[in-house]
Design a protein around this ligand. Structure first.
Ligand SMILES: [Mn+2]
Length: 511
């Protein structure tokens, strides 16, 4: 049961909002305020709430919540004191103004409401919304402008059949994505806009590209999604396959066919597959080390994933993402925040919470636990047998020639599960390069820094990867000699960077 004391403008609002939740008793000393209230609406008592008998009449002993809202602050204080004495178990909410922060000191109140502050806070939230609204108006204008440029260009050209086919490599199969039929919203078969992800796209860039494509489609503008490098990791491949998203390698695309370019999840020219002479129209990212600029930029380093920004866009535009898109965005936020263990903002949690109702947990499970290919499995086996344990807790392992480099981080992760092992280095040869993946769970070690010192690579405190040219080793044809040479060279550099004397090493397994 709730007791509300004070039935002025504020009290009336509170009663109207809460009477559906619980039984309410209202006290006010002025009978006039209850004139228009029907008997059945709620129980009301005319009287002075600083009087114990009035509070008892309202059933103070049974109240779960007491809300004190008169506009007399000294009266509120007296009532609060009395209520906390009569029913210390009740949750006591009181009204105050900022000028009197100590008004209730010595009384056990649970929440002090400052009505003016509440309103000011509401306005702040609205300002944020208005900023987003303005941003999205700008984005829509830019997207529609791309389409206009595109239309005026294509209306002058009757596309030859071969040219049409060239265009369609990126867009024809792509008409249906996430249940939205692009051909319906866009009578032009050729996509005006190209969305570019960063090289070796990760789930965040894939999901963000999918969402941006969906938004553009709502505005009647179709787009193709392109990437450089390759789609690595089994999870990313599974994501692309299971969600049926069409991504085109940049090499199969003629950028000059597109009137507009959007870049998602990076703002660095170093990791996009086009050179900086191309004008970028739209740039959406959450990293702060970028050098790219664009007509429209939304770069928010305080946010954990670009997918969060896109989810905010979708929600503001009243586009409810279909299950596949929601699953992609959810997975993107999970992976970019390392399942909320890395830097995660309130907005990331909000977006994930919103998407959780819309995504498909079964699909997500399949993405997260893809079957391991035979090659990775074999590389894993070699990583275990070839392991070289140093100082009882560092594992170095050479896995030889590999086709798929993704086997290395998997093996490095796996070796870390061995009893007593806290740091792992797994390396192998692919395309005339030695690739190295490193992991540590030792907080005193910065593995990224060690890799930088040893090979000029990079990474984070707990995980890093790099590759170096095979160089003179390229001419070594005998596998056994190559193994010994590479192993020795890599080991020496790593131990040097870690400041470990090589005589400490003990080789446990010899092939
Ligand atoms: Mn990202």
């Amino acid at each position: 049961m709730i007791i509300v004391i004070g039935y002025g403008t504020f009290g009336r609002k509170v009663v109207n909002n809460t009477k559906a939740i619980d039984k309410i008793s209202v006290i006010d000393s002025n009978a006039v305020v209850f004139e228009s209230v029907e008997e059945a609406e709620f129980n009301f008592i005319v009287g002075d709430a600083t009087d114990e008998t009035i509070l008892n009449k309202a059933g103070i002993k049974d109240a779960d919540t007491v809300i004190v809202l008169t506009n007399e602050r000294e009266t509120n204080k007296k009532i609060a004191k009395l209520v906390s004495k009569l029913n210390p178990k009740a949750y006591l909410i009181v009204r105050n103004i900022v000028q009197y922060p100590d008004l209730y000191s010595g009384i056990e109140v649970h929440k002090i409401i400052y009505p003016v502050d509440c309103a000011a806070h509401e306005i702040l939230l609205e300002i944020e919304k208005s900023k987003l609204r303005r941003k999205l108006i700008d984005l829509e204008e830019i997207v529609k402008d791309i389409k206009k440029r595109y239309n005026s260009k294509t209306s002058n050209i009757v596309p030859s059949k071969s040219k049409g086919e060239k265009y369609s490599t990126g867009s024809k199969d792509n008409n249906v994505i996430n249940g939205i039929d692009a051909s319906k919203s866009d009578d032009n078969k050729l996509a005006p806009c190209l969305i570019i992800m960063h090289n070796n796209p990760d789930p965040d860039s894939i999901a963000s590209a999918m969402a941006l494509k969906t938004i553009m489609m709502k505005w009647g503008v179709s787009s193709d999604i392109a990437y450089g490098g390759k789609i690595g990791f089994d999870e990313n491949k599974a994501m692309v396959n299971l969600l049926g998203v069409k991504l085109t390698p940049i090499d199969n695309i003629d950028i000059s066919n597109y009137e507009g370019v959007a870049v998602v999840d990076t703002s660095s020219s170093k990791i996009i597959p086009i050179d900086t002479t191309y004008k970028i129209d739209i740039l959406l990212d959450h990293h702060n080390n970028g050098d790219l600029t664009a007509n429209y930029m939304d770069i928010r380093p305080d946010i954990g994933a670009t997918a969060t920004i896109l989810t905010e866009y979708l929600s503001h535009l009243n586009i409810v993402p279909k299950q596949k898109l929601a699953t992609a965005l959810y997975y993107a936020i999970c992976t970019d925040t390392n399942y909320f263990k890395r830097k995660t903002s309130k907005k990331d949690f909000d977006a994930a919470g919103y998407l959780q109702d819309l995504m498909d947990p079964k699909t997500l499970d399949l993405i997260e636990n893809p079957d391991m290919d035979t090659e990775s499995m074999e590389a894993l086996a070699r990583a275990i047998t070839n392991r070289n344990i140093i100082k009882n807790n560092i594992a170095l392992s050479y896995v030889g020639h590999i086709k798929n480099r993704d086997a290395l981080p998997k093996a490095a992760d796996f070796l870390l599960k061995m009893e007593g092992i806290t740091t792992t280095y797994v390396f192998g040869i692919s395309e005339n390069k030695i690739h190295i993946s490193a992991r540590t769970k030792d907080l005193r070690i910065d593995i990224g820094e060690i890799m930088r010192t040893a090979f000029g690579g990079g990474g984070h405190q707990s995980s890093a990867a790099t590759s170096i040219d095979l160089g003179i080793f390229e001419s070594v044809s005998d596998k056994k000699s190559l193994k010994n040479l590479v192993e020795e060279a890599i080991k020496t550099r790593i131990l040097e960077a870690m400041g470990i004397d090589e005589t400490d090493s003990t080789k446990k397994y010899e092939e």
